[in-house]
Design a protein around this ligand. Structure first.
Ligand SMILES: Nc1ncnc2c1ncn2[C@@H]1O[C@H](COP(=O)(O)OP(=O)(O)O)[C@@H](O)[C@H]1O
Ligand SMILES: [Mg+2]
Length: 434
């Protein structure tokens, strides 16, 4: 690999994903110093956290300059959509994450649908609308359930699966006329419902060169057996064998390659993580959506599965250099169980005191999200998703056993976590002969 200067890294973000990135930086021989902005209670015990509004692009550049940063890793999507990477690059600071033009793949669902249909990449048929009446006329011609999406960023809340025309009509009016998601629902996308099982494919991309990380599955609903309201993600595991080697080949040939070639042909350079949400349907894998950054909580399990230094890969991507060919993964599986605060995903209670175990199970780690370290040095809950218990093991069963042991030992009032993370995969493992 080409020579890399000692890296003074700045990590942007405050969730479990960024805590995982921090651990990856701590383990990397390439990294000389690490700062985080704004960070959380867990990261604050391990490195310096700087206050930052991550939506303030000029402030981010100023902070990076002040710290002598020569590599920025951007966690969340909003700063990417606002062009933070363009601004950092203009200041001579390489950054991991796509530029503003490429970040549209997440920031505009209508941009992405146009792109996918134009490039003939498998996805649900759909149309975009800015006015309610044409949208309602279109609904009359479709079958149900149907999927209605605010086009812009809506923190994972902008998608409604409507089971009837009446519900769909109401949703359309809510989004377009009542501006339920503000400017994010000025434009909406209506697309056909895809039946199947979902999986996440994460790529680290350097132009048209890329590394595909093991397929993973997250668990969006608050309750066991996928019951209750949606959340930011209650847990995840990888690899997920719903993406069989044959499906994976189809994902590469029918989705990944045409996407990266298609972007390049459109004059868009992609650098950073590309997250492809897929639906494995009877007709094969189809794109549900793109995200332009690591998923949270998927990041927390994929980085530990990489035996090659993730920082080396991220830096190569940021420079637009080819990725090394000898990338290695740990065998076995990884899992994360997310612990949430009282009330989540509704109105949450904050400031419950957290107690952490003194020792951790083998190959496990605690990754913080909504935590705060108070003046007294104690940890308190400060967000809906509080902490993740992450573990790797030779089998998924072992990884889960370690992650659940750890989850039990992290205590705070109102704590909740799902008991069935990875259960589907365990069932699949039990059914398939080894
Ligand atoms: N066309 C579709 N068919 C079936 N389910 C869908 C479809 N589009 C979205 N979904 C479901 O809605 C969820 C959220 O949609 P997504 O496009 O990922 O938006 P976001 O993550 O921005 O909220 C998906 O994870 C999937 O479960
Ligand atoms: Mg999604």
């Amino acid at each position: 690999m080409t020579s890399v200067p000692p890296l003074n890294v700045l990590i942007i973000g405050s969730g479990g994903r960024e805590h995982a990135l921090l651990h990856a930086c701590q383990a990397s021989p390439l990294v000389a110093s690490i700062a985080v902005a704004p960070g959380n209670g867990g990261m604050a015990t391990e490195t310096t956290c700087h206050p930052l509004n991550v939506e303030d692009v000029p402030a981010t550049v100023t902070l990076a300059q002040k710290l002598g940063t020569n590599f920025v890793i951007v966690g969340p999507e909003v700063p990417l959509a606002l062009g933070v990477v363009d601004a950092l690059e203009a200041a001579g600071i390489p950054a991991y994450g796509p530029r503003k033009d490429a970040a549209q793949l997440e920031a505009s669902k209508t941009f992405t649908k146009d792109f996918l249909l134009r490039k003939k990449i498998p996805t649900a048929a759909g149309e975009k609308f800015t006015a309610a009446q044409p949208a309602i006329d279109y609904l009359q011609t479709r079958s149900f359930p149907i999927v209605i999406k605010a086009s812009g960023l809506a923190a994972g809340k902008g998608v409604v699966i409507a089971s009837s025309l009446a519900e769909a009509e109401q949703t359309v009016r809510d989004m377009l006329e009542n501006r339920r998601f503000g400017s994010s629902s000025e434009e909406i996308l209506i697309e056909d419902f895809m039946d199947g099982e979902e999986a996440s494919i994460m790529l680290m991309v350097s132009g048209t060169d890329y590394l595909m990380l093991p397929p993973s599955q997250d668990h969006k609903r608050i309750g066991d057996n996928d019951t209750g309201p949606n959340t930011g993600g209650m847990g995840a595991y990888a690899p997920a064998s719903v993406v069989t080697p044959a499906i994976e080949q189809r994902v590469i040939q029918e989705i990944v390659e045409p996407t990266l070639q298609g972007l390049a042909a459109d004059g868009i350079t992609y650098r950073g993580t590309l997250y492809i949400g897929i639906m494995v349907t009877r007709d094969g894998p189809k794109v549900v959506e793109f995200n332009v950054r690591f998923g949270d909580p998927e990041c927390q399990i994929l980085l530990p599965l990489l035996a090659t230094d993730p920082v080396a890969l991220m830096y190569a991507c940021a420079q637009g250099k080819p990725l090394p060919k000898d990338i290695r993964f740990h065998s076995g599986s990884a899992a994360i169980v997310v612990l949430t605060a009282a009330g989540y995903p509704g109105e949450i209670r904050k400031n419950d005191r957290i107690s952490l175990p003194a020792t951790l199970p083998e190959n496990s780690q605690i990754l913080h999200s909504g935590t705060r370290r108070a003046e007294d040095g104690q940890l308190y809950t400060s967000g809906g998703r509080v902490i993740g218990a992450v573990a790797r093991g030779p089998s998924l069963a072992t990884a889960l056993q370690r992650a659940y042991q750890l989850a039990e030992e992290i205590q705070f009032a109102g704590r909740h976590f799902r008991r069935d993370i990875g259960a589907r995969q365990l069932q699949r493992d039990a059914q398939s002969p080894h």
